[in-house]
Each structure stands twice: as structure tokens, then as C-alpha cells.
Design a protein around this ligand. Structure first.
Ligand code: ASP
Length: 350
């Protein structure tokens, strides 16, 4: 498998077999649909309705140099559920980077141990640097305030399903995006990816100093979508089909004063009520900061009919399986052949 080199100046090749996944810019609408089609095929495995060994003998190297719960565990679970094996390292302290090893050396070494790598790193562009020295495909699990492509893929997949359940297409969707739009990498990837659809109306609300970078809004504007900055959360949410709330990325805020001024709720039930929109689809990339006054999505929305945050996390498994199968060139027919009924059962919802 030959992996193409990565350079900041050269546009990234479309996502596919033997390719890195560094940015959502690697997708066009057909590519996105193709990935969603694979996710549909593996959904029963993600839902534990079958056992699959299609990746028997394959090794995932999972390297997370920044905190993560669901991204790391869902990538690893996806690989394991497809029958592969996983090696993992978390944080700088336990890696040789703590001894001054370069990204390039680390990448070359660990890529010799694995068939595919998932990498998260606190610096924008660092995962692309990692990919440039890797001899196997690298999946970006989040590079600082840069991108988080797998999150945006599962967000779009989920939003499409939520809207379809309400008889609405993704084209023409009115999406309110709230919170830390400056450092929230999931928002950067989501807006870029949603821009592949037609006639999206983005309404943005961010606290002062945490506004969306122009380079992201310009992608949507260049494709003819509407981007409006709202004066309040209630205004942003009014008339929206879906609301995407995000956590303040406090770990990236250097100005402590502005971080501590962000208290209360970002979005709660009363705001949705004031906006006359208790039916909206409610999304969040998670984690949601549930400490009192954390300026995040309140848990008092949890019994609303549009709450989709756990549909997102469940869908993350199928999307990440689809990413692995695509990158490793496994056809969905091979997946069918190795799916068999499980003899055990453990889901309390069943
Ligand atoms: N889990 C997401 C990320 O890694 C969102 C967040 O941390 O706020 O970017």
C-alpha cells in the first residue's frame, strides 16, 4: 500500500484506500455518501448484532497526545469490533516525545508497527506532519484547534438521519451553531463538510473573542450558503432545524479572565422555549461540561424529543468502522461474509 506524501501547499487527495484522513476537504458529496453507505453496512456490527473478523491480523496504532474519551475509545472499539488488534499510547509523559523525540521520528517508528494510525495532538497541523513521515495511513483524531474530521463525518451522518426522521432533507437545513467557534475544531470541520450540501443556513452565536475564524466561514460563503451571526442564543435558535452546541475549549484559552467570565448555561430548555423551538434537533460533540455554571449545554434539555447527542456517539462507531474499512480497502462484501450471530447478549435496552 503506497501512502501519498503530505505537504501544506499541495491539496490533499480524496479520502480512500491507502490514504491519510487529515481534513474534511478530502471529501466531495459522492465520497461522503460512499462512506455513509459503508457505515450503513457495518451498523449491525456497531450495534452488536453480529460478530465480525474482517480485520483479523490487522493492527491499529492509537496515539493520543491530548485527552480523549470517546474519540479514542470509539476508534479502538471500531477496530476491535472488526476483528483487528490495537496498540495504544496516551499523553506525552508516557511516550518518547517526553525525551525530545521529533514527530517525524515517532511517526516513522510507530508506523512500522501498525497497519493504520489514529493520532491526536495539541498543535494545528501536527497530525499532517506525522502523516508526512508515516509509512501507513494516518487518521486525524484532532489536531489542536484545527480539524476533527471523523467527528464532522459522524455529525453529518447523524444530522442527515435526524432530519430524515422528520421528513426533511439535509439540503436547505437551518443549523444554529453555538459556543466556542474559535477553538472548537469540531465546528471548523462540520461547517466545511456541511458546505458540500446545498442551501445551508448557518446561524452562529459565540461569546466575544470566541468567534468563528473567517477562513472557515469563507468556505461556506464561497459555496453560496448563508452565514449569519446572531446577537443571542435565543435569536440563533429561533427557526433552526438543528442546534449544535459546543463546550468552551478552556484548555486553549490563554486569557484566564475571559474564561472565568463565561458562566451560566450556553443553551438550556428555557432558551429553546423562548425561541419557540423545543422540537429542534439538539447536537453536541461532547464532552459536555456538566459542572454548575460551566457555560455549556444544560442537562435540562435531556428529555426533549430532539436530543441527539447519544445518537451521535453511537453513530461514531459505525462511521469509524467505515473509515478503517475504506482506508484498508476492505469491500463491504467481505464484511457480510464474516458477520455471524453472536452467542452472547448484554444490551440493557434490548
Ligand atoms: N471531543 C471534541 C474534540 O475533541 C469536542 C471537545 O473536546 O469539546 O474536539
Amino acid at each position: 500500500m503506497s501512502v501519498p506524501p503530505v505537504s501544506g501547499d499541495v491539496p490533499l487527495p480524496p479520502f480512500g484506500q491507502g490514504r491519510h484522513l487529515l481534513s474534511v476537504s478530502q471529501f466531495d458529496r459522492a465520497g461522503l455518501q460512499a462512506l455513509f453507505d459503508v457505515a450503513e453496512v457495518v451498523r449491525p456490527i456497531a450495534q452488536r448484532n453480529g460478530v465480525c473478523t474482517v480485520l483479523d491480523g490487522a493492527m491499529l496504532g492509537s496515539l493520543f497526545f491530548e485527552p480523549s474519551t470517546r474519540t479514542r475509545l470509539s476508534f479502538e472499539s471500531a477496530f476491535l469490533r472488526l476483528g483487528g488488534e490495537v496498540t495504544t499510547t496516551t499523553g506525552f509523559t508516557f511516550s518518547s516525545m517526553a525525551k525530545g523525540e521529533s514527530i517525524a521520528d515517532t511517526a516513522r517508528v510507530v508506523s512500522g508497527y501498525s497497519d493504520v494510525l489514529v493520532v491526536r495532538h495539541p498543535d494545528v497541523g501536527s497530525v499532517a506532519q506525522f502523516a508526512a513521515a508515516s509509512v501507513v495511513p494516518v487518521i486525524n483524531g484532532g489536531d489542536g484547534a484545527g480539524e476533527h474530521p471523523s467527528q464532522a463525518l459522524l455529525d453529518c451522518y447523524t444530522l442527515e438521519q435526524e432530519l430524515a426522521a422528520r421528513g426533511k432533507p439535509m439540503d436547505g437545513c437551518r443549523l444554529a451553531i453555538l459556543g466556542d467557534l474559535r477553538f472548537g475544531r469540531t465546528v471548523h470541520s462540520l461547517i466545511r463538510l456541511m458546505s458540500l450540501y446545498d442551501d445551508i443556513a448557518f446561524t452562529l452565536f459565540a461569546p466575544a473573542g470566541l468567534e468563528l475564524p473567517e477562513e472557515v466561514s469563507s468556505v461556506a460563503l464561497a459555496r453560496g450558503h448563508r452565514v449569519r451571526v446572531a446577537p443571542s442564543v435565543v435569536d440563533a435558535v429561533r427557526g433552526a432545524d438543528a442546534v449544535y452546541a459546543t463546550r468552551v475549549q478552556r484548555e486553549r484559552l490563554t486569557d484566564e479572565r475571559s474564561a472565568s467570565s463565561l458562566v451560566g448555561d450556553l443553551l438550556n430548555r428555557s432558551m429553546l422555549e423562548q425561541a419557540g423551538n423545543l422540537e429542534a434537533v439538539i447536537m453536541h460533540p461532547l464532552p459536555r461540561d456538566s459542572r454548575p455554571g460551566s457555560y455549556d449545554l444544560s442537562s435540562d434539555v435531556d428529555d426533549l424529543p430532539g436530543l441527539a447527542i447519544f445518537h451521535q456517539t453511537d453513530n461514531g462507531l459505525a462511521i469509524r468502522m467505515a473509515i478503517f474499512l475504506t482506508v484498508l480497502g476492505v469491500s463491504t462484501e467481505a464484511v457480510h461474509l464474516t458477520t455471524k450471530q453472536r452467542p452472547w447478549r448484554a444490551d440493557l435496552r434490548a
